[in-house]
Design a protein around this ligand. Structure first.
Ligand SMILES: Cc1cc2nc3c(=O)[nH]c(=O)nc-3n(C[C@H](O)[C@H](O)[C@H](O)COP(=O)(O)OP(=O)(O)OC[C@H]3O[C@@H](n4cnc5c(N)ncnc54)[C@H](O)[C@@H]3O)c2cc1C
Length: 272
């Protein structure tokens, strides 16, 4: 095969994979990027030492091609999983979302609408061939499952805010694959689990975040001793981490003077 000199314009995920494939095929590649970093929309920025993605990105349990790529690049140990929580803001109130109990407790849908919603998710999770759904629009597909009213409650605003005038041009297959991907990314029925690439793992960020999440759960459950230990471990993983140090102080203060039973998780400053 003749070696070809190639140029790739743009170092987003597409350009980088394209460059990798060209290299693997034995060609010479130059990548041109106008930004000051690679990664495109999935790039990170430095938030005072913390690497945060420009746009909210997550990895799901069924992203098998990505796992293969990470293994190929020897980056599998950078992939971490965490239980995530979802909320749904409706009618001036934030509802828990993403579990069967949350659906049952949601005030915005009738029982029949809830059943229709659950059936749609279950059916979508089992779809393997998307070609039929690719011929219909996402909006008619949603409305046929949920009904007009439930569609308005659950989806209308989201479509408007994300796609504006293009809302009625999306394929049901596109939306269905997204629903299936997220619906299957669970540790069990009750816990959604999403992956993230700990970019700063060498500096202890991944471990710090895991201890921090444990500490925060214990803190909200008013288990001050457990929370303090977890935040101390977070500090060990990343010395000098400001939020962990702050929560250690709060746990100690609450350990001595616990808040009332109606505590809503908010720390109230009593002096400056
Ligand atoms: C809010 C949000 C959330 C998302 N969440 C997810 C997610 O959870 N999971 C997921 O898989 N995907 C997600 N995506 C989609 C994902 O970010 C994109 O699919 C992916 O970034 C597309 O890669 P790309 O290389 O095609 O384009 P881009 O990421 O846009 O990269 C294009 C690159 O080309 C450069 N460029 C453009 N023109 C030139 C030029 N003339 N010269 C030199 N350089 C140039 C740009 O600077 C940029 O770096 C999300 C996107 C958004 C906006």
């Amino acid at each position: 095969m003749r070696k070809v000199k190639t140029a790739v314009v743009g170092a987003g995920p597409m350009g980088l994979i394209c460059a990798l494939d060209l290299l693997k095929a034995g060609h010479e590649v130059d990548v041109y990027e106008r930004d000051d970093r690679i990664g495109g929309m999935s790039a990170h920025f430095d938030f005072d030492g913390l690497a945060i993605e420009r746009y909210y990105h997550f990895i799901c349990k069924t992203d098998y091609p990505l796992f293969d790529l990470l293994a190929e690049l020897n980056l599998s140990d950078r992939l971490h999983w965490t239980d995530t929580k979802m909320g749904f803001y409706w009618n001036g109130r934030l509802y828990k979302w993403g579990t069967p109990q949350a659906l049952l407790r949601f005030d915005g849908l009738s029982l029949i609408e809830k059943i229709r919603y659950a059936l749609q998710v279950m059916k979508t999770k089992s779809v393997k061939d998307w070609s039929a759904l690719d011929k219909i629009g996402a909006l008619p597909w949603l409305k046929s499952w949920l009904g007009e009213r439930a569609y308005k409650v659950l989806w209308e605003r989201l479509f408007h805010l994300k796609f504006y005038e293009l809302s009625d041009q999306l394929s049901a297959a596109w939306l269905g694959t997204r629903i299936k991907r997220v619906a299957l990314s669970r540790r069990n029925l009750l816990h959604e689990s999403l992956g993230y690439r700990a970019a700063e793992i060498d500096r202890g960020l991944g471990a710090m975040l895991e201890h921090y999440a444990t500490g925060f759960t214990a803190y909200r459950a008013m288990q001050w001793g457990d929370a303090e230990q977890a935040f101390l471990k977070a500090l060990q993983a990343m010395p000098g981490d400001g939020p962990s140090a702050m929560y250690v102080e709060r746990c100690r203060a609450f350990g001595q003077t616990p808040p009332g039973a109606d505590w809503d998780g908010v720390w109230t400053l009593t002096s400056k």
